[in-house]
Design a protein around this ligand. Structure first.
Ligand code: PGA
Length: 247
């Protein structure tokens, strides 16, 4: 039985006040893991506020090196040192806007693993890839890139987030059937690669998750939780999403 994960990706939003509001009013369910990804500016504060609780925090992005002359960047080891436990990698906004190619994503994945953080590897196809029936291939290509860079068991200490690009921030989530099909494909891929325990791997869905659609999505057998963007900025909505994964 895989424990569900509800993760909040605040993107370039949030404030010290939002951190405090989450610390005081966010539900802390026993039946799910709750992970928060604030901006790097707020990561230390939020981590401190949740220190000693079961709620874990993480960075939305890290650079490919441990330290050095990389103005504006943060490293996975810095994230680990402030007791955050996770890092997103390969988010489609990073891939599309900041040039994170498959090769860069693979390097970041590696450095996150080396810092002993848990990577949440985001994969997903564009609308064009879906319409040309290339969705499976696009996701497999993204997975292969990481597998090629990390020869140890890739998926034993990581989580995958399937986030179709066309569903992110559009209000149009994937149907439960499409999401389930893609999650099952990812799990099968991991099984075939033998690169981790496919049955234990948690695969999250992301893309316009809201309190209204969370219950239907989580009912699917291969959907193990959510990576929530927009709706994670409202603590009531986020609480309702957490509530919806309770069975
Ligand atoms: P969204 O974003 O929930 O606003 O669609 C999800 C994500 O980008 O992780």
């Amino acid at each position: 039985m895989r424990k569900p994960v509800i993760a909040a990706n605040w993107k370039m939003n949030g404030s010290a006040e939002l951190c405090e509001r989450f610390a005081s009013t966010m539900v802390r369910p026993e039946y799910a893991d709750v992970w928060l990804f604030p901006s790097s500016l707020h990561l230390a504060k939020l981590t401190e506020l949740f220190r000693g609780s079961d709620v874990a925090t993480g960075a939305q992005n890290v650079w490919t090196d441990v330290s050095g002359a990389y103005t504006g960047e943060i490293s996975a080891s810095m994230v680990a040192r402030i007791h955050a436990e996770l890092a997103l990698v390969g988010h489609s906004e990073r891939r599309a806007t900041f040039g994170d190619s498959d090769a860069i994503v693979a390097k970041k994945f590696k450095i996150i693993m080396e810092a002993e953080l848990i990577p949440v590897l985001c994969v997903g196809e564009t609308l064009e890839e879906r319409e040309s029936e290339m969705a499976h291939l696009a996701v497999q290509r993204q997975l292969h890139a990481v597998e090629a860079a990390w020869d140890r068991s890739v998926y034993s200490h990581s989580v995958i987030a399937y986030e179709p690009v066309w569903a992110i921030g559009t209000g149009k989530a994937a149907t439960a059937a499409i999401a389930q099909e893609m999650h099952a494909l990812i799990r099968e891929h991991v099984r075939m690669q033998g690169s981790g325990d496919a049955d234990a791997l948690r695969i999250l869905y992301g893309g316009s998750v809201k309190p209204e659609n969370a219950r239907e999505l989580i009912a699917e057998s291969d959907i193990d939780g959510f990576l929530v963007g927009g709706a994670s900025l409202d603590v009531d909505d986020f609480n309702r999403i957490c509530e919806s994964v309770k069975n």
